[in-house]
Ligand binder design. Structure first.
Ligand code: ATP
Ligand code: MG
Length: 526
């Protein structure tokens, strides 16, 4: 009777005759087996897996309504114009063609900028089911493609597993952290993923456990990553990369007011009137309690204020209580400030120069300090600098030695001093070549005993002959400089083209000096 029930479930599924025939055979096997036997359980499990999948059941989105979709996307997220536009284009094309063999979207950006959450709202705007699947730490091909059934405890791979949770075979699946997969002796998961994402192959995806062709071509795959470098090139090739670079201070304030505060109030069972945030309080949360490109920690701090308020409401049994959160009162809610706001030094100093760094968390100011002591030419570099940055420091020194007469230094100056280069704070690892000109400037300043302008910051790689080479992350770096009240920024002239990505509001407050050579840097900085 049980087998009959399974048979009729199978008939109700929309699948190819070939697949159906093979599953039928498995069900037939069940009839001949002892229900209490281990064998029976294995086969029964298999049949259950097959019957739990949505197969050909497609939820038809009758006519895509672009206007409606745009409204939904805007409802969920502030800004993010480019990803939103790209999504609407996708929807438009999709309504014109039967099936779209477009590239897979890949959102790349620092943590908490809304990659996963925009994927979710894409699903909402398309009126599709949404699945999220984290690939972080996946290092075994079988995690994607499943184990063969001969394996004890075999299971389908993550893709098929997740499809069990939806009714329709055209959900939006967000593959998170594609950059955090790794390969080892058990096979390369990215190769399996390639097959999943390739529209030429994925209409007949073969999970090792199912061992049936499964059509993934109607699934809308979206991938997310923090860092492009972690994604194997063949995979990148299939993807359309959309960068979410992080938010400016004023954008964060808007996001908090328009999205995070209402969301957290609701999640904590509070009414809109229960908490009144002043704009300055929100700005101070951004400046003194978080340091991030995204808004996740800010959301956490807001949640923390909501919790405390919820407690007051309950304690005082006053549903209409109004709590005012002001700049001055912030410490009461969140404790002492967590970050000092990266401002520049108040006066020019010898051997100290502002650099700009680009980290996973966005742009940051980076101070380079050089101290000279009488000695024998020893060079010490501290502050947890990576290899590339250490090399930059050596290159800076070689450059200075080669130009010693032009700079007015004795040719053997380096034989009589010990040089100590330090980049605080000492606990944060730093790397990259873009501090080259900063290191050189700090060194020259120390050697010539001339202070460096304190309201000036710089970024650029240096060659041994003093040419200044372009760098990455200009937008984030200029944001950091602006935040740090810097007035003038020296950038490589080859980076001038990137200025178009920098918000106007930021550029109007900064004097940008593009340079080609180290000599120009020295001219402006000392
Ligand atoms: P990770 O790389 O760590 O996975 P993520 O980019 O996926 O980060 P999300 O989890 O999508 O980050 O976003 C964090 C929170 O910030 C979510 O609650 C999200 O709704 C909110 N958020 C991010 N950007 C925006 C925005 N532009 N408007 C409104 N809310 C936003
Ligand atoms: Mg995410």
């Amino acid at each position: 009777a049980e087998a009959q029930e399974l048979d009729s479930q199978l008939e109700a599924k929309i699948m190819s005759d070939e697949n159906r025939e093979r599953v039928r055979k498995e069900i037939k096997k069940l009839r001949t087996m002892q229900p209490s036997s281990a064998e029976y359980t294995v086969v029964r499990n298999y049949v259950d897996w097959v019957l739990d999948l949505p197969w050909g059941n497609i939820k038809d989105d009758t006519g895509v309504n672009i206007k409606e979709a745009r409204k939904i996307l805007d409802e969920d997220h502030f800004g993010l114009e480019k990803p939103k536009e790209r999504i609407l284009e996708y929807l438009a094309v999709q309504s014109l063609v039967e099936s779209m063999k477009g590239p897979i979207l890949c959102f790349v950006g620092p943590p908490g900028v809304g990659k996963t959450s925009i994927a979710k709202s894409i699903a909402r705007s398309m009126d599709r089911e949404f699945l999220r699947l984290s690939l972080g730490g996946v290092r075994d091909e079988a995690e994607i493609r499943g184990h063969r059934r001969t394996y004890v405890g075999a299971m389908p791979g993550k893709i098929i597993q997740s499809l069990k949770r939806v009714k329709h075979n055209n959900p939006v699946i967000c593959l998170d952290e594609v950059d955090k997969m790794s390969a080892d002796f058990r096979g390369d998961p990215s190769a399996a993923l390639l097959e999943v994402l390739d529209p030429e192959q994925n209409y007949a995806f073969n999970d090792h456990y199912l061992d049936l062709d499964y059509d993934l071509s109607k699934v809308f795959f979206i991938t997310t990553a923090n860092n492009l470098d972690g994604i194997p090139l063949p995979l990148q090739d299939r993807m359309e990369i959309i960068r979410l670079p992080g938010y400016l201070e004023n954008e964060k304030v808007e996001i908090a007011k328009g999205f995070l505060v209402p969301k957290q109030l609701e999640q904590h069972g509070l009414k809109t009137e229960n908490i009144k945030f002043s704009d300055n309080a929100i700005l101070d949360i951004v400046r003194y309690y978080t340091r991030e490109s995204g808004v996740r920690n800010m959301e956490r701090e807001i949640a923390s204020i909501c919790r405390k308020t919820a407690m007051k409401v309950v304690e005082e049994n006053d549903r209409d209580k109004v709590v005012h959160v002001t700049k001055q009162g912030l410490e009461k809610f969140l404790g002492v400030t967590k970050f000092s706001y990266g401002e520049c030094e108040s006066e020019a100093q010898v051997g100290v120069c502002n650099g700009l760094a680009w980290t996973q968390l966005g742009g940051e100011m980076l101070l380079v300090e050089v101290a000279l002591m009488p000695g024998k030419g020893k060079v010490e570099i501290t502050g947890k600098l990576g290899d590339v940055m250490q090399e930059s420091a050596r290159a800076a020194l070689s450059y200075i030695r080669a130009r010693s007469d032009l700079l007015g230094l004795k040719p053997d100056f380096y034989k009589r001093v010990d040089i100590h280069i330090h980049v605080p704070d000492g606990a944060t690892p730093k790397d990259g070549p873009s501090a080259g000109i900063t290191l050189t400037t700090a060194l020259i300043s120390a050697l010539l005993n001339i202070p460096v302008r304190h309201d000036l910051a710089m970024t650029g790689e240096i060659t041994l002959r003093g040419r200044v080479l372009p760098i990455g992350g200009l937008r984030e770096k200029l944001l950091a400089a602006h935040r740090g009240l810097i007035k003038t920024v020296i950038i490589p002239s080859e980076n001038e083209k990137n200025l178009k990505d920098v918000p106007k509001d930021i550029l109007k407050d900064l004097e940008i000096i593009p340079v080609k050579t180290m000599d120009e840097v020295i001219d402006r900085a000392l």
